[in-house]
Design a protein around this ligand. Sequence first.
Ligand code: SF4
Length: 703
Amino acid sequence: MKRSQQNTFTSTCCYCGVGCGVVINKEKNGNITLEGDKDYPVNKGMLCSKGLNLHHTANDKSDRLLYPQMRYNKNMPMQRVSWNEALERTAAVFKTFINKYGPDSVAFYASGQCLTEEYYVVNKLIKGFIGSNNIDTNSRLCMSSAVAAYKIALGEDTVPLCYEDIELADCFYVTGANPAWCHPILWRRVEAHKAANPDVKIIVVDPRATDTCSIADLHLQINPGTDITLNHAIGRVLIENGDIDADFVTNHADGFEQYSKIVFERTVAEAALICGVAESEIRLAALYIGEAKGFISMWTMGLNQSAVGVNKNLSLINLNLITGHIGKPGSGPLSLTGQPNAMGGREVGGLANLLPAHRNLNNPAHRAEVQKFWGGTEIAEKPGLTATEMFEALNDGRLKAIWIMCTNPLTSLPNVRMAEEALKKAKFVVVQEISNKPETLAYADVILPAAAWAEKEGTMTNSERRISYLNKILDPPGEALPDSEIICRFAQKMGYKGFDFKDASEIYAEHARLTAKTNIDISGLSYEIIKQQRSVQWPYKKRSPAPATQRLFTDKKFYTESGKARIGAVPDTLTSEMPDDDFPFILTTGRIRDQWHTMSKTGKVNKLNQHIRQSFMEINPFDAEKLGIKEGHVTIITSRRGEIRVKAKLSPEIKKGVVFVPMHWGKILNSDMHRVNNITNDKVDPISKEPDFKYCAVSVVKF
Ligand code: SF4
């Protein structure tokens, strides 16, 4: 395929944070086909099942929202209106609430799938002009524990390494993740590296024996929630064996002494008992790490989505720090981002507790700097409501209006029936969406049709800090508009200045200027450079020598006040909802290979639905037999919040006492019996406010 042809474009897959490059061909009939971009450094031509079928999702317009709709009260039917009518009324309602109840009476709930430019304008709107910090995104459900841990340990929310380090590492510690299914193309690189170098060691930590374990040298099948105990025990053995980097822990890190004390509070045998693995396995894991010249820790939701998610993350990053495996080739902590642009969202400050370019909301100088730059209202000091807090605030009446943008909370939030009640009580709900499927639409007062992937231009940042450019290839159907244009038009209706951007490149340029002199400085990275190079890693300062920064902390200077990394002496207490006689099983949730989030895109593709057609509960045959449950039996899974009914899938690969249900299914034909978030709990990590999706107490019976 020749790029010079006018109908051929490049872009980036809009699913996971791996960020694979695609080459898209626009056919005469207006449809697109695509293939992996062989020249793209991330995937070198490979695509996983989801990426390979992305064109089907883009070509199928059957479920698309085509024009704005509105109703004047909750009892009236929706009716088609013009953009002008929809935005004028929304602005009038928002102004009324803000005048009567204050700026914190409204909120925006956005998504890690928004493009950076979209995030930028909505964040600017609410923080810089409305005067509230009530913006959060579904990234809160995904990466916020890793973000908090990076900030504590390294002084900055940043992934220190690059994907090229995979081919330079000789030990991988993969924990709380199933990259073979959820980050497949990155995992293909690990597999290829292992195949070419059989001495490379792969350790997988997971209560389930997933596909990722198929190339593992060691699978530590721990009891759910015991990650910190395990990581501490490995730390202890590394210290006992003398496999730590004495220079690093003495001269480039703080906290080693306290850390040593805490990891020596338990014997390795005690830790093994708590974790449900053999002591010899813990010692072997430590031996593999201790012998490695390049060591990468890799994780995702199993660590992040926890009531102690930040501590889990810190206990893992500690293993890189005590061994000095950071800031050098083939080494470092690599958090795998669930969504395509969770990182880009944080770069523009798109969370309730952030300001642009990772500035801190609680720093008066940072607030003043951003306010001066934007020229709007005073930026409030009080952090905004986080994802779950927004729905609690709607429920108790503190929040009057919510604008939901590019996300489907009535499938994805924990304890989702509470969120449903909250939306029923909301005084005003705006839903900005591409599809007519999400359950939120039933509660909307205003529906705004948005342009989808390939119908708008913009940038995203993947898990290795790589900013990529996404081309506009198709016209949006009907009257749908790019999300950034919708927000800017609304801001102008509110009477705010500073939203008359000509196009996405102007928004990006403003964002890039605002990063100058910060740790994530991209002030030297113009749209032209990104377009020309297809993707560039940050930071990229003015007058930076090319190429951009691949690897951070090579000088062992960290972004903390002392300039040293922080080794965290975190306790290994678990604060999750514990099983008891009434709810004796631990429920954990997660993804399956061929579906994405709440299935509003991948669920449209027959080929992808063929992999697994309906939700299920994975249970160990030992437990199933005790309950009289056989393969395919319908089961009732109950928690203190509600129940679901799904078929049993017997698998010796899940730990006894644990059941797994996928996260993807929401309401089907008005039944919510497949929606696992009916039963998940609303505990969150006290620092990151990330929900505890991976641990709640349930009972299981045959239907
Ligand atoms: Fe898309 Fe992720 Fe698959 Fe790459 S690995 S094709 S980014 S879903």
